[in-house]
Design a protein around this ligand. Structure first.
Ligand SMILES: Cc1ncc(COP(=O)(O)O)c(C=O)c1O
Length: 485
């Protein structure tokens, strides 16, 4: 029987994924392969179109079609017979999940995204592009999107800003660059939470020469510590809604303390509200920026958690007094974000789909979190300790009797479970140990159990050996407010 487009697609995909075809390798032309296999050209064209769409192949016009030279495949595991036998045709969603691994932190649910609506909006946005919108994009962002965001943060996050204060960026690293270039000099002291967002710390270690860390306890960033040791700081990066990664909420008195400090010292607070939309057990808390009477807070939002990371759209809500300075910087360092993407997103917000989606995701994530917690307890009774917080998109499975979270994470990653070891998110010597687990793409209890089962034997062996070797334990809670550091 002649092969159909699906089997050509699957064979080539398998050859690429298994390394038989390497990035940059040329694949046959449509004409040659069609004649070789005795199929219509259309059949090969369709298979190539899917592989190009998924990023496996790239077409280089007259130079032919090649395996994408920039393709990054997950690290090859030692090939087990089982993994080859299990290789089945999979839907595009599964391919995405493969590339990202399972349990990865911060990826919103890919199976529950309203693709149909999104596609409709994409089509509309493309058809309605005006000549003016095809010139250089506005540096500060596409006006209808800025308006839609201002409306959203005012209604849902308690802010009271105008669209002029909203600056559209490509996400976190763009935000950092813009803020540091505009507000800080080489010598200015910059503060970050400890533990704190891993990527943020790494980026700031490069970009800010005078960087310091402030410990986090059960009420969020330790403001007494800040006032005592770093009262002179110029910038503070903080995650008040759900501290990243510990997921505690910054207490109200501390929010007021910080705002007072910033006003008195003319310092800036950068509120990273990366997943503040997701609360499951109580009402969504307003952002800290909503309490900011003296306009000392720069609010940072992202659509990576609420829509999709591939969108690469984030935003800043800027203090009025600093707008002109940000615009001056942007004129030299920014080139604006793609208008088409912003147009689609503006319609997604403007037509109410975003709000509906958030509502659905709150219910879904709360169920998925339950599945993950139950599966964790059933498969690893007494090995982990989870402090269930009010929301967020991840849990931390604290190790009860071991400090070996780095070794453990490596084991899990070999099973394609892309968990992160908590201790790596600390800078100071006092650390906690555990696995940071994203659960938003785990579709059922059965799936949670099957995934957690994968590294079970090695996990038990590692934790048993670290217990018998008498390693210090991690048992206990986040340091309380009164604890000295
Ligand atoms: C703490 C924190 N802040 C911000 C972001 C958003 O980054 P971006 O908008 O670049 O996706 C993330 C994403 O993982 C995050 O974990």
């Amino acid at each position: 029987m002649k092969p159909g487009y699906k089997s050509i697609y699957e064979q080539y995909r398998h050859s690429i994924v298994s390394g038989l075809l390497k990035p940059g390798d040329k694949v046959p032309s449509v004409r040659v392969l069609a004649s070789e296999l005795g199929v219509a050209r259309k059949t090969v064209e369709t298979a190539w179109a899917i592989l190009i769409g998924e990023g496996y192949l790239i077409s280089q016009g007259a130079r032919g079609t090649r395996v994408n030279p920039d393709l990054i495949l997950p690290a090859q595991k030692p090939a087990s017979k089982q993994s080859i036998v299990e290789e089945k045709p999979r839907a595009m969603m599964e391919v995405l999940r493969d590339q990202q691994g399972f349990l990865r932190l911060g990826i919103p649910s890919l199976d529950a995204f309203p693709y149909k609506k999104w596609l409709l909006l994409c089509g509309k946005a493309v058809r309605s592009m005006q000549p003016l919108e095809m010139t250089n994009p506005p540096l500060v962002g596409y006006t209808p999107l800025r308006e839609a965001i201002a409306h959203y943060v005012n209604v849902s996050r308690g802010l009271s800003c105008s669209a002029e204060q909203v600056f559209i960026t490509s996400g976190y690293s763009n935000n950092l660059r813009l803020i540091l270039n505009t507000l800080a000099t080489e010598r200015d002291k910059v503060l970050f939470e400890d533990p704190g967002y891993f990527f943020g710390q790494q980026a700031l270690k490069r970009a800010a020469a005078n960087l310091h860390f402030v410990p986090v306890d059960d009420q969020g960033v330790n403001v007494d510590y800040l006032l005592r040791y770093h009262n002179d700081a110029h910038l503070l990066f903080v995650t008040p809604s759900h501290q990243s990664p510990l997921a505690v909420t910054l207490s109200l008195p501390r929010k007021h303390q910080l705002l007072k400090w910033a006003s008195q010292n003319e310092s800036w607070i950068i509120e990273d509200d990366y997943d503040g939309e997701f609360h499951y057990t109580r009402k969504v808390l307003p952002a800290m920026k909503s309490l900011d009477r003296d306009d000392r807070v720069i609010y940072m939002g992202t659509f990576s958690k609420t829509v999709m990371p591939a969108l690469r759209i984030g935003y800043l809500v800027l203090p009025r007094a600093a707008l002109a300075r940000f615009h001056e910087t942007a004129a030299l360092t920014e080139s604006g974000q793609p208008v088409l993407t912003q147009k689609i997103l503006a319609a997604f917000l403007g037509e109410g789909h975003f709000y509906q989606h958030l509502k659905k995701m709150r219910t879904l994530y709360s169920q998925r979190r339950k599945h993950m917690l139950t599966a964790l307890e059933n498969i690893y009774p007494h090995l982990f300790n989870v402090e269930v917080s009010d929301g967020g998109m991840h849990i931390i499975a604290f190790l009860r009797t071991s400090t070996q979270d780095v070794a453990l994470a490596e084991i899990w990653q070999c099973h394609d479970l892309q968990v992160s070891p908590l201790s790596r998110w600390y800078n100071q010597t006092s650390k906690r140990y555990g696995l940071i687990i994203g659960y938003t793409n785990v579709r059922s209890y059965a799936e949670a159990e099957a995934l957690l089962q994968r590294p079970a034997t090695e996990t038990r062996a590692l934790l048993a050996s670290s217990r018998s070797s008498g390693q210090t334990t991690n048992e206990g809670e986040i340091p309380r407010r009164s604890e000295k550091r």
